[in-house]
Design a protein around this ligand. Structure first.
Ligand SMILES: Cc1ncc(COP(=O)(O)O)c(C=O)c1O
Length: 380
């Protein structure tokens, strides 16, 4: 700006925009897959006390290995997934975004390739860009499953060092069958690649759908990432973690992490939330029921819905999704324009927010689905 100085910004960052969905003040904020419930008073108060206690020692750097927190996470995830997990397999950071970034730092890099399967979470190419990792995507099938023969062929031919799969997938909600995960893990192992399974939405899966954590004992190249942003209603606290088959993954992440990356306040808040996991699980159960009934309602309305094991639904299809999105926003409901053309994604809100979404959508589409917002199928 001043004196004609041209900032020596990295060439590949010039003109790039920062990631971010709109943060608007509307009655129903259903665009970033947050847990819509405020924290219960008891829990918020317990967190306040834990933070006050941590505050006394804020003159000191925090436990850089977050050992107590990782012990609590290991105990929680072992119980949730029904598989043994040792603290040496668990690593925590500021959101699963940071965990994934660290995984790319450790396993990606110049001359290395990461692959994933579109449509999926939009941050993966950014982790690749930041770490100078080449990035390639392969298409999912019509019903948003990973095309296993295509994936195996790509892995064998391109020999990536990282394969990322998201299950349940964002934005489609699709959970991968455990057999597909096993096949992918094996294919990745043969190619010398890590298989990272992003389970940000794991707690919302239907009963009987196993977690990839149950596969770790048999697949040394697997890492499962998770977050407290969704099921634990802690998006504002920033706590994500991973569980690796091989503890050497964790010691490598300790090499690339920044010193003291996880503040004492964050560690105290997360430990308190884990101690109250059962209260939060009741919210998750309600959100799962709300999701299933909203999905059924959307189908009754004549729309397509991708089967979801997450706390959101991808629905459509619309000839002009932007117009439907704007129509909903005009009625104080914010959803997300993401995924393949014609689809919209709605996060599951409180029962009241979901009702507001239903009546807003009905209004936008018109009772008889006439007008701009009608289904694409209706055009013919
Ligand atoms: C698939 C997926 N992974 C990871 C994240 C990041 O979560 P956080 O960094 O809040 O843990 C998100 C957030 O929406 C997500 O959808």
């Amino acid at each position: 700006m001043s004196g004609g100085f041209v900032l020596p910004i990295r060439d590949d960052l010039v003109g790039q925009e920062s990631y971010g969905a709109p943060q608007l003040d509307v009655a129903a904020r259903l665009n970033v897959n947050e847990n819509p419930f405020d924290l219960p008073d008891d829990l918020a108060e317990a967190m306040g006390r834990a933070v006050a206690e941590a505050a006394i020692s804020l003159n000191r750097y925090p436990d850089r290995d977050a050992t107590d927190l990782r012990l609590a996470l290991a105990e929680y995830v072992a119980r949730e997934a029904g598989a043994p997990v040792d603290v040496s397999q668990v690593w925590a950071a500021n959101g699963s975004n940071e965990v994934m970034h660290q995984l790319f730092l450790a396993f990606g890099g110049p001359g290395r390739l990461a692959i994933t399967f579109d449509p999926t979470y939009s941050m993966y190419p950014e982790y690749a860009r930041d770490t100078f990792t080449e990035f390639a995507t392969y298409s999912r099938t019509e019903d948003f499953a990973v095309d296993i023969p295509v994936a195996l062929a790509a892995i064998a031919e391109r020999r990536p060092s990282i394969v990322v799969v998201t299950s349940p997938n964002n934005p489609t909600g699709t959970a991968l069958p455990i057999q597909d995960l096993t096949t992918l893990a094996e294919g990745a192992r043969l190619a010398g690649a890590m298989l990272i399974v992003d389970e940000a939405y794991a707690e919302f899966r239907h009963d009987g759908v196993p977690s990839a954590v149950s596969l770790l004992a048999d697949h040394p190249n697997m890492v499962v990432t998770r977050t407290m942003s969704k099921a634990f209603a802690l998006a504002g606290a920033r706590l994500g973690y991973c569980v690796a088959a091989d503890p050497a993954v964790v010691s490598t992440l300790m090499v690339v992490r920044l010193p003291y990356h996880l503040s004492a306040v964050t560690q105290a808040v997360a430990r308190t939330a884990l101690a109250h996991a059962d209260v939060l699980q009741a919210q998750v159960a309600l959100l799962r029921r709300e999701r299933d009934s909203l999905a059924a309602w959307l189908v009754e309305e004549g729309l397509r819905v991708s089967p979801s094991d997450a706390n959101f639904l991808l629905f459509g299809t619309f000839p002009d999704r932007d117009e439907v999105w704007r129509g909903l926003l005009a009625r104080d409901v914010l959803v997300r324009q993401t995924g393949p053309e014609g689809w919209l994604r709605v996060s599951i809100g409180t029962p009241e927010e979901n009702d507001r979404f239903r009546s807003a959508l009905r209004d936008v589409l018109g009772a008889d689905h006439e007008g701009q917002g009608r289904r694409e199928d209706d055009r013919s």
